[in-house]
Design a protein around this ligand. Structure first.
Ligand code: IPD
Length: 274
């Protein structure tokens, strides 16, 4: 079923982009699995000593950038490790390994996330949760898919029955506030999950493996692809007070639960650090 607000031109452009993004995300995943040593070494740290980069984050992004350039040399690219390059109406948003700490420890919850924006709107998204061999895809208006099955998020779940995924930033001041907020959320919901990859968490909303997700801190590359996948599975994906999803706060859940989660979080002023 196609979304009537999406024109045929956008739909066909999105279909081509998602196909290419999927091919590239699969190739990057295969490379990462083949090259991941038993215990990858930390190459550098970023915002804090626990915010790590491995050589394979860099190698994965380089591979993805090369493939995009070969196929579409005029497109812009934003990557977690390499920043912004180029400009153009089509922009690729790449997280070469989302869940780097899981990757480092050998936990099976890390992903390659690739989204494509056309004229500022995300129209294609692919999240390859590599250790699980699961590749989630979505094209704007054409639904969210996993292994040939169309995804639908859970609906009609009240807050007190909801399983909610979240995550934490790397800085102690941010984490202190996140813990304070969490202390107010846990008593109000079924339970909390902290998977370690925001992209994968959003796909879990799409697949009904959790009911909702919220987090302060994730960047475009963490949520652009997963956000489209969740939205195409029927979820609402956004920020606080009607804003689009942004690093201040990202929320995702079926309509109804989204509003309940928003009503719980907004008064806690969660977009701050101590
Ligand atoms: C992180 C993961 C994690 C989330 C952090 C992100 P990275 O991305 O998505 O689940 O809690 O906010 O920074 O650093 O592994 O690419």
């Amino acid at each position: 079923m196609s979304d009537p607000v999406v024109s045929d031109a956008v739909a066909s452009e999105a279909a081509g982009l998602v196909e290419l993004a999927e091919r590239i995300a699969r190739e990057a995943g295969e490379m990462l699995l083949a090259k991941r040593p038993a215990r990858p070494e930390v190459l550098a740290t970023k915002s804090s000593p626990t915010d790590v980069v491995t050589a394979l984050d860099k190698a994965s992004e380089e591979l993805i950038r090369t493939r995009i350039r070969q196929a579409r040399p005029d497109d812009a690219i934003l990557g977690e490790e390499g920043g912004s390059t180029g400009d153009g109406r089509v922009r690729w948003i790449v997280d070469p390994i989302d869940g780097t700490v899981n990757f480092l420890y050998g936990l099976p919850e890390w992903s390659v996330s690739i989204a494509v924006e056309v004229d500022g709107q995300v129209v294609a998204g692919v999240v390859n949760v590599v250790p699980r061999g699961e590749v989630f895809t979505a094209a704007k208006g054409a639904g969210a898919w996993l292994a040939g099955e169309r995804l639908r998020c859970n609906t009609g779940v009240p807050l007190e029955q909801a399983l909610i995924a979240t995550g934490f930033g790397y800085g102690p001041g941010r984490r202190a506030v996140q813990a304070e907020v969490l202390a107010r959320v846990v008593p109000r919901v079924r339970d909390i999950r902290r998977g370690g990859s925001a992209a994968s968490d959003l796909c879990s909303v799409a697949a009904g493996r959790v009911d909702g997700y919220y987090e302060r801190g994730p960047q475009d590359w963490d949520y652009a692809a997963g956000g489209l996948i969740a939205a195409e599975a029927g979820a609402r994906f956004g920020g606080l007070h009607g804003k689009p999803a942004n690093p201040g706060m990202t929320l995702c859940a079926a309509p109804g639960l989204f509003e309940e989660l928003h009503a719980l979080l907004a008064p806690l002023n969660p977009e701050r650090d101590s």
